[in-house]
Design a protein around this ligand. Structure first.
Ligand code: NAD
Length: 324
């Protein structure tokens, strides 16, 4: 007898992470995927023609915040993976109002319907929720304290918005027994990520391929932990299928940190580029009160414990895959 497919609703499924996740689930054969995406930063081009034609996919190119059938869609699926959001430092700083409204109200709606119809939700949070607390040798645990800058630094609105969404989830869990997993992603990168909104690796690789100058913001000593999108997707999948993981929060990221200066050097080397590196002050990039975090390194012992999996692709390999 044919097994019934598990129905997954992926919001933001035409975006960077969402499209990798959709392709992954379609390959598994026992899932059918419905995507809701307003094409603001996503694109149909992120999926192959074969994927788009698959009988296991439905694509709805509409905005979550203006979709009368949203409740019905949630009701008709088993698991909702909520990735849709306004993303990218530049978008957040220059289009704060729309970003704040989008990142809070879309989650609010989805949570309400998930709770009402007893559907499970996986929510895409971010390492930004930790704010600027990370220093020294310390790594960030899911239970770590957070610290943000003042509210005239609009970049923090993204972190605070996502953190507020996390609180919303906790409250729903407590009051309404909602089943949820919160995923805190740390700099997910890979082929197909767009550069327009301040994503550093696609920016560097696009410019290196054209032998253009790579602009390093600030002194370049700030470090990040770049994580391969395919490994992040595998972690989402494993968590989704781990009973104990429901109602938990997880850091999803690589344990290896690299400074932005070294990232620029590696991209130039790997692309055999003639590009030069130039440092520019944050105020010249964002033209506003801006502050960055010096470091953001996850403690992923919880992830390892629950799914026995570690994202560990080397940064060289990730760069090679991204630039090709
Ligand atoms: N990429 C990363 O490094 C990273 C890091 C931390 C957190 N995240 C989170 O992961 C999620 C996915 O990020 P991504 O990198 O794939 O970004 P992305 O911009 O590629 O994907 C977001 C998708 O959501 C869609 N979207 C946005 N608002 C929508 C709305 N109101 N209705 C319908 N569709 C909407 C966009 O068109 C896009 O396809 C986001 O929630 C983001 O905050 C990503």
């Amino acid at each position: 007898m044919k097994r019934k497919k598990i129905k997954i609703l992926v919001t933001g499924g035409l975006g960077f992470i969402g499209s990798y996740l959709t392709k992954f689930l379609l390959k598994k054969k026992n899932y059918s995927v419905t995507i809701i995406d307003n094409l603001s930063t996503g694109s149909l081009k992120n999926l192959s023609k074969k994927d788009i034609k698959s009988k296991d996919i439905t694509i709805i190119t509409k905005d979550i915040n203006n979709l009368p059938i949203l409740e019905k869609l949630v009701k008709n699926h088993e698991i909702i993976i909520h990735l849709a959001a306004s993303v990218g430092v530049k978008k957040i700083v220059y289009d704060s109002l729309n970003s704040i409204i989008n990142n809070i109200s879309s989650t609010e709606k989805i949570l309400k319907y998930c709770s009402k119809h007893k559907k499970k939700i996986m929510f895409a949070s971010t390492s930004e929720v930790y704010g600027k607390i990370n220093s020294g040798k310390k790594t960030l645990k899911e239970t770590s304290d957070v610290m943000y800058g003042s509210s005239d630094k609009l970049r923090w609105s993204y972190a605070v918005g996502k953190f507020f969404d996390e609180f919303y989830i906790k409250a729903y869990q407590e009051k309404k027994k909602l089943k949820a997993i919160t995923l805190r992603f740390f700099n997910i990168v890979g082929k197909g990520q767009i550069a327009n909104y301040g994503m550093v690796l696609p920016n560097f690789s696009n410019n290196a391929k054209k032998n253009k100058t790579l602009l390093v913001h600030g002194n370049g000593n700030q470090t990040r932990n770049f994580t391969c999108v395919k490994e992040a997707v595998k972690a989402i999948y494993l968590l989704m299928n781990t009973k104990k993981a429901w109602n938990e929060t997880f850091n999803i990221g690589s344990e290896v940190q690299i400074s932005i200066n070294n990232l620029a050097k590696k991209v130039i080397k790997i692309t055999s580029s003639k590009s030069k590196i130039k440092k520019i002050p944050y105020k010249d990039v964002y033209n506003k009160n801006f502050e960055d975090m010096y470091k953001r390194t996850p403690d992923i012992s919880k992830l390892k414990k629950f799914i026995n999996y570690t994202p560990n692709k080397t940064i060289d390999k990730i760069i090679r895959e991204t630039v090709n």
